[in-house]
Design a protein around this ligand. Structure first.
Ligand SMILES: [Zn+2]
Length: 208
């Protein structure tokens, strides 16, 4: 009997690994107010996409700039290992879990330098506004972008934003001395964000 229980114990973790490779864990959601539930849907959508074959294929066939010289196979492995490089002070992240801390930008307070940026309507199509320059381990978002995406129930855009910012957390960037938006959009960080956004859209249109 003991042997059977032992064997079952060995089997179950393997089965769990096969069905789900990675978990998304939101440790804290600050300043989201009434949009907290909307964010929870985006975390779930991000998790589903990260575990999908389409995502794996998308990464493995991606041609991107700023990959730190890694092969597509290695890039996929890096994402799935989920070893965060920056986490908030006094917080701990677990490898193999996408650990997230998210907040809204306090545009009338300590994040006032983002105010003009956040109030520019062009950001609504741009999932990238946020952490670049904040660097406190929290993924920060313009309140106006969050509000816009929530009002249009654009879970895909928010999930894409988290994916983009998470690539920064894993140590990737999209900096170049002279760069245009079209160049940035060819970088790994941007492309992963767009891949996640597009796969969430596809997933949501497939299920009624
Ligand atoms: Zn960025």
């Amino acid at each position: 009997m003991k042997k059977i229980i032992f064997a079952l114990g060995l089997l179950f973790p393997v089965q769990i690994c096969l069905s789900q490779k990675i978990t998304v864990k939101a440790h804290s959601v600050v300043g989201y107010g009434q949009y907290t539930e909307f964010a929870q849907k985006a975390f779930k959508a991000l998790e589903l996409v990260l575990n999908s074959d389409e995502f794996r294929e998308g990464i493995k066939t991606m041609k991107a700039e700023k990959t730190q010289g890694y092969t597509p196979e290695k890039l996929y492995e890096i994402i799935m290992q989920a070893k965060e490089k920056t986490v908030p002070t006094d917080s701990t992240a677990t490898d193999g879990i996408v650990d997230l801390w998210v907040r809204t930008l306090d545009v009338n307070g300590r994040d006032s330098k983002w105010k003009d940026n956040c109030e520019n309507p062009s950001i609504f199509g741009n999932q990238t506004i946020g952490i670049d320059g904040a660097g406190d381990g929290f993924m920060a978002i313009c309140p106006s972008a969050l509000e816009h995406w929530a009002s249009t129930n654009d879970i895909a855009a928010l999930a894409g934003h988290y994916a983009h910012e998470y690539m920064h957390v894993l140590g990737f960037d999209h900096y170049r001395l002279i760069s245009s938006q079209s160049w940035r959009e060819r970088t790994f960080v941007y492309k992963v964000g767009y891949l996640v956004r597009d796969l969430v859209k596809k997933m949501n249109s497939a299920s009624p």
